[in-house]
Design a protein around this ligand. Sequence first.
Ligand SMILES: NC(=O)c1ccc[n+]([C@@H]2O[C@H](COP(=O)([O-])OP(=O)(O)OC[C@H]3O[C@@H](n4cnc5c(N)ncnc54)[C@H](OP(=O)(O)O)[C@@H]3O)[C@@H](O)[C@H]2O)c1
Length: 247
Amino acid sequence: MPDSAILGEGAVALVTGASAGIGRAVAVALSARGARVICAARRQDRLAALVSELPNPGLALELDIANGEAVDGLLAQLPEEWRQIDILINNAGHDLGGRQAFHQRAADDMAAVIQTNVTGMMRTTLAILPEMRARGRGHIVTIGSVNGVEWTANHSVYVASKFAVHGFTNSLRQELQGTGVRLTEVMPGLVRSEFAAARWRGDEDRAEKFYSRFDAALSPQDVADAVLYTLDTPPHVNICDLVLRPA
Ligand SMILES: NC(=O)c1ccc[n+]([C@@H]2O[C@H](COP(=O)([O-])OP(=O)(O)OC[C@H]3O[C@@H](n4cnc5c(N)ncnc54)[C@H](OP(=O)(O)O)[C@@H]3O)[C@@H](O)[C@H]2O)c1
């Protein structure tokens, strides 16, 4: 693959939710292409193991994107040589307590989904974007979902969070026109990852039964390949939405 203007040797990338699934696969793929990757998530042990496996220098960053103070101070926490972020992958997200009729939802779980998928994602963007704009250089890829444009029953909170991601991303993209900062939303259908187990607080059997109901699923690697494709476009091309589904 050709080196794009943004994804070259030594580019700095920040991946949220790098400890599992899609985020982990993206972090590995970016590092394999020469990027220095800041791997952020809550589970520090996993991040340390990941960074030790990366082919290029990486940094483990313990970060809960639902913690506003931590996110706002994100750049200041980083060593100076890691502060000019070229690529932000807004990936961290969950569906805690989901796939449930709304009237049976726990209010705190509902709030946690919005706090992470929407507020945390926006806040992370706000922490990184001013510096990208000042340099006139950057590419933000946000992992939305097909649930950002379509809905099913018993999925209302997650669907609401991803509709918010889609609206936010489309509006911000217009604002960024001509700034040198590109914004892409990658919208996968079902991905077999730790997502379902996280939804049911580590209940692997329930997660396995859930995935076995479907004929096919994407892998985290499939989504990572799509993310790299969007980064590899020349600077005058912005892939706005990229929808991928299991065939
Ligand atoms: N799986 C699917 O079917 C699917 C489909 C479409 C879109 N997506 C989206 O893809 C993204 C990644 O999901 P996945 O399938 O890779 O799930 P996953 O395997 O469960 O990974 C989720 C990642 O997000 C991190 N995370 C969750 N809450 C966080 C928080 N508050 N702060 C920081 N990190 C947090 C987790 O790390 P820690 O627990 O270590 O913090 C983990 O690394 C999500 O935005 C999800 O909505 C998933």
